[in-house]
Ligand binder design. Sequence first.
Ligand code: KIV
Length: 271
Amino acid sequence: MSVHSEIKKITTETLRKMKFDKEKITMLTAYDFTTAKMVDAGGVDAILVGDSASNVMAGFETTLPITLDHMIYHAQCVVRGVDRALVVVDLPFGSYQSNPEKALESSVRIMKESQAHAIKLEGGSEVEESIRKIVNAGIPVMGHLGLTPQSIFQFGTYKVRAKEDEEAEKLLKDAKLLEELGCFALVLEKIPAALAKKVSESISIPTIGIGAGPDCDGQVLVYHDMVGMNQGFSPKFLRRYLDLYTEITGAVSEFVKDVKAVDFPNEKESY
Ligand code: KIV
């Protein structure tokens, strides 16, 4: 964050104030320079360099295979494209679960090597000590509860989480714990809208929902999903703002047709 910039940068404090002022927070994912530039210019408050890069950039089934080095590379590309938004980077699977020292080491690498503004990690009481250590080192932490895709093999499905009382109670307790530990915000993924409302009203830090109803303090979507690049992924919570899969494959077909017909390049397009 340059101190000489004219643009008013979004900070963790801005997000806290937005919750207080009841102004909804917007977050989208980005994993590369060009997309980050467009997403930032479109006016989102935060950009998440999500470990969903494992799915949409690398083509893996789950978020588990992506490495810390890969996440740092994506974060570096994004940070270079952003003037205004807060850039949050996911700690990938295996980079923080084993012990708090490793969690801090991974977070420090992300902050130092990418110059992003915050990290995000999944889980509640299980990662309490890690969050404490990272926050104590001065690194802003975003939590993530509900459907936490790094635990997919424990859950077994991508279905809605915390429908039953026991899991809902643990989630509410975890949300309060994350607030107490000093997290600046919290993603709530794929949980009942009523529970997300209760959580959002019970804590002072902003909640950012994905498949968690309208009463979260903000909303996040995966960029590739919201611009319709992913035809095969159609959860109920997703709103597609474009159909880029059709647009892009159509443009590619036109290019192929024009080259085959020796219509491209024409005289005007040649030196
Ligand atoms: O990795 C990601 O894109 C995420 C969002 C779904 C919140 O964690």
